[in-house]
Design a protein around this ligand. Sequence first.
Ligand SMILES: Cc1ncc(COP(=O)(O)O)c(C=O)c1O
Length: 433
Amino acid sequence: MTLGSEGKAFERELAEFLGVRHSLLVNSGSSANLIAISALTSPKLSDNRRIKPGDEVITVAAGFPTTVAPIVQVGAVPVFIDADPVTGNPRCDQLELAYSSGKTKAVMMSHALGNPFDLFATLTFCRKYNLWLIEDNCDSLGCSYSMPRSLALSLGFTENSPGLDDGPERIVRWTGTWGDISTQSFYPPHHLTMGEGGAVNIVHDIKLKVFAESFRDWGRDCWCPSGVDNTCGKRFERKLGELPYGYDHKYTYSHLGYNLKPLDLQGAIGRIQLKRLPEFIEARKRNWDILRVGLASQRHVLDFSLPTHATKWDKDDGFCWDETGCRTDCSWFGFKISVSKGAPFVRTELARVLDKHKIGNRMLFGGNLTRQPAFAELNKQRKNAFRVASRLSGSDDIMNNALFLGTYPGLSKTMLDYEINIIKQFIVNLASP
Ligand SMILES: Cc1ncc(COP(=O)(O)O)c(C=O)c1O
C-alpha cells in the first residue's frame, strides 16, 4: 500500500508533463513546501548556497500560511514584501528592498490563485544575487509564462515546456519550471486531486532530488525504494558520520527528516486525473471568462483581478499587455473580486449573501499573514522571527476587501449564471432598497 509502482509512474508522468528532471510525490502541498525548503538546508550543499538558521528567505505577505511556515520551521527568517491587490501577486519591484547581503539565500513565493507572478523580474533578481527560487505552484498547475526569446536567453532558458509554443521569437514554459524547485498540491479544490497529496518538482539540478527524497523518507542517506534493498551494491561497505565501517546504509541518516509519503493508491488516482488535466485547464479558463463577462456591468462597485503583465481587460478584445513583452496565461484557481472603495457594502456582507445562497467563497487564504494570530504570537516570542520589508498596504487591502469564487471544472454554465445573478441582485437591492 505504501508508495510503489503507481506512485513511481505518476511521478514520471507528472515530470514528463511539466518537462522537469523529477517530480517527487508527498502527502500534501504543505509537505511539498516543507520538503522543498528543507532540501536547501542540506549540509551537502556549499556553505554559500545552503540555507542555515538565521538566513533570510524573501516571501510575500498575502497568501497561504504554509508557503511561509516552512521557512520558519527550518530556522530561517521570512522577509515579507507586499502583494498587489489587482493581481494578488507579490510586488516584485520590492525584491531589492528586501535583500540583505550575506543573509538572503532564497525567494519562496506562490503564484496567486493561478496567476503567475512576475517571473522575469524575480529571476533577474535571483540571478543577480545567486539565490534559489522556490515556486509554490500549488494553485497554478497548467499556468504558463512567456517572454521574448532574448530575455529568456539572458536568464539561461533556451527551450519551451513540452506541448507549449508561443512562436519562434518567444519562450513559453509552465509555471513551476522556471525556478529551482516547485511544489504542487493535490488537495480537492486544486487543478488535480489525489484526495490529499502534493509533489515537489526538481526543475534541473538532480542533486536536489536526492536531498528532497531524503527529507521525505526519514532523512536517510539510502535511496532504495520501499521494499527494495542494496540498490547501490554498497549497503554494508560505507563509513559515514561516526558510524562503524559497514553500518547498514539503509539505516544511515544524513538529514533530520520526516516521513511524508502518500499511499500508492493516491498515486493511482493522480495518474487518472493527470490524463484529464488539459480538459481541466480549459474548463477553468472558460469558467473565469464566464464570470468576468457576466459581472462586467458591476465594475462600479467591484474590482476584478488582472493577470500579471495585463493592463486591462475588454469583453471583445480580451487583455492588453504591458511593455515588458512578458505574458501570462492563467489556469485560474479562483475568480478574485474586490469590493471597490465607495461601494455601498463591504466584502463580508457580500460573502454572507453568497454563503446564504450556497455559493462557495473564500478569502485570499490568510490575507496579510503577519496579522494572523500565529505570526503575531511568533513576533511576540521572538522579535527577529520575521522581517517586513515595506508597508503591507496591498496585503491589507486584499485582506479587507477581496474574496474569490471557485473556477472548479465541474461548474456548469447554469451554476455560474446563478452565481452572477445572485451577485447582481444583491447589488441592485442595495441601490434601491
Ligand atoms: C498557495 C498554496 N500553497 C500551499 C498549499 C497547501 O496545500 P495542501 O492543502 O495540499 O497542504 C495551498 C493550499 O491550498 C495553497 O493554496
